[in-house]
Design a protein around this ligand. Structure first.
Ligand code: MEV
Length: 441
């Protein structure tokens, strides 16, 4: 039987929940009870969440953890991280502590340019199009002043607009390729508003441009949208210390560790299967801070992975060297972030995260996020090249396994103690809890 429904968005929240429960669940009352269990007790907070998106039925929680002891450019931070993966916050904290005693993290914003494009089709003489663009370009700036005024006061605005010939890729395809400075906002609304205005001007001016023939006057705008690929909005985060200071792990000498670590990075530089997982570990840190600070993690993910492929092959975002006895490990990542606008002034926990970070500017947030990525990568590579990842990972995962086994608090305490010295696995934890229950039966 069809479950299609007309006018769904017009139903009340209760009606929507009643519909979904009846249509999709074997026990509708149980489904409704679960949905309601995750509502916030504070009606105002719940209303805020209801209104973030369409058809909200409940909230989907992620833990918000904090990773202390980060020293970035000589300033101390505790970094908020919203993430479900058990070992990520622990790994970040461990890296932070390790590097805090070795000069801390350094971070530099290399550039902050954002990009947007008007994609259009033009059938005609390219030289005439070039002259037309030169005539119309000043209007693209002057007739967007109502949009750009406030941004200009804050030090931003439209940087440049270029006509790009893309007919080698697709017949008749051209672009207005525009660059922007959006200061502390991510700038999506600002950029898209400017672009839509450019498109209107482009179309209407083409219609009356006397040098164009009838076909050329009929320039077709296909779409106007920002690009989430921002290869000129890049931040670098790095750590360095004498190789002899890489002396935490007694099982391996600092020299051997540095060599193995660098080889691991080189493998990710040359081998895409490894690079994807290597970069995924970096994104564990980056996404968690992006989410906690109310930024758009899909945009950041898409842009970063495109950047990782910029040489034509997917590769590592991080790099490592030893020169003159100094170990250096760094990452360059494109990050278009905002600390004003969007969710940043709306979501109470985003505001909390921002205050925890000392109300950073967008540039400072870029630095913090890149450091979180580098810290995560350091922790992952350190484990992978020494003990292996599972030891730490499964220790952190133990609580999830115990919860799946519905262990009591007393059982959890005993299990945690037992697995301090024993290898964690799902079956080992199951056997342990079963034994405990047998003894106590
Ligand atoms: C797991 O979430 C992330 C790692 O796989 C990253 C890596 O392999 O570098 C541990």
């Amino acid at each position: 039987m069809s479950k299609a429904i007309a006018g769904f968005s017009k139903l009340s929240k209760d009606q929507k929940i009643a519909w979904i429960a009846k249509e999709y669940f074997s026990n509708p009352d149980e489904a409704i009870a679960l949905i309601q269990k995750y509502w916030n007790n504070d009606a105002e907070v719940q209303k805020l969440h209801d209104e973030f998106i369409e058809n909200t039925i409940t909230n989907f929680y992620l833990p918000l953890g904090i990773a202390p002891n980060f020293s970035i450019n000589g300033k101390d931070y505790t970094i908020p991280m919203a993430i479900e993966e058990s070992s990520v916050v622990a790994a970040a904290s461990k890296s932070a502590k390790f590097w805090a005693t070795r000069g801390g993290f350094k971070a530099t914003v290399l550039n902050t340019e954002k990009i947007g494009q008007v994609h259009f089709m033009f059938k005609g003489d390219i030289e005439k199009l070039r002259s037309f663009f030169a005539t119309v370009k000043p209007k693209l700036f002057s007739e967007t002043e109502s949009i750009t005024g406030n941004m200009q006061k804050r030090g931003g605005g439209i940087l440049d607009i270029e006509l790009r010939d893309k007919t080698d890729l697709l017949p008749n395809y051209y672009q207005l390729h525009a660059t922007f400075e959006t200061v502390d906002s991510m700038g999506a609304n600002f950029i898209n508003s400017c672009l839509e205005q450019f498109a209107k001007i482009l179309k209407s001016e083409a219609e009356i441009y006397s040098d164009f023939n009838e076909g050329e006057k009929n320039l077709q705008v296909v779409m106007s949208i920002l690009s989430n690929y921002v290869p000129n909005c890049v931040v670098r985060a790095e750590v360095s210390c004498p190789v002899s200071d890489l002396n935490e792990d007694k099982s391996i000498s600092p020299e051997e560790f540095a060599e193995k670590f660098i080889t691991a990075v080189q493998i990710a530089e040359v081998e895409p299967f490894r690079a994807v997982t290597h970069n995924k570990g970096i994104m564990n840190g980056i996404d968690a801070v992006i989410l906690a600070t109310g930024n758009d993690f899909r945009a950041v993910e898409a842009g970063i992975h495109a950047y990782a492929s910029r040489e034509g092959k997917y590769s590592s975002l991080s790099h490592a060297t030893v020169e003159d006895g100094i170990f250096r490990f760094w990452i360059d990542v494109p990050l278009a972030l905002g600390t004003v606008g969007g969710l940043t002034s709306l979501h109470p926990l985003v505001k909390l995260s921002m205050e925890m970070l000392g109300k950073p500017s967008a540039k400072e947030l870029m630095q913090i996020v890149a450091v979180a990525g580098l810290a995560q990568n350091f922790a992952a590579l350190r484990s992978l090249t020494t003990t292996g990842i599972q030891q730490g990972h499964m220790k952190m995962h133990l609580m999830n396994i115990l919860n799946q086994l519905q262990a009591t608090e007393a059982e959890k305490q005993k299990a945690v103690k037992h697995f301090e010295k024993n290898t964690v696995s799902h079956s080992a934890a199951g056997d342990f809890i079963q034994e405990l229950r047998k003894v106590n039966a």
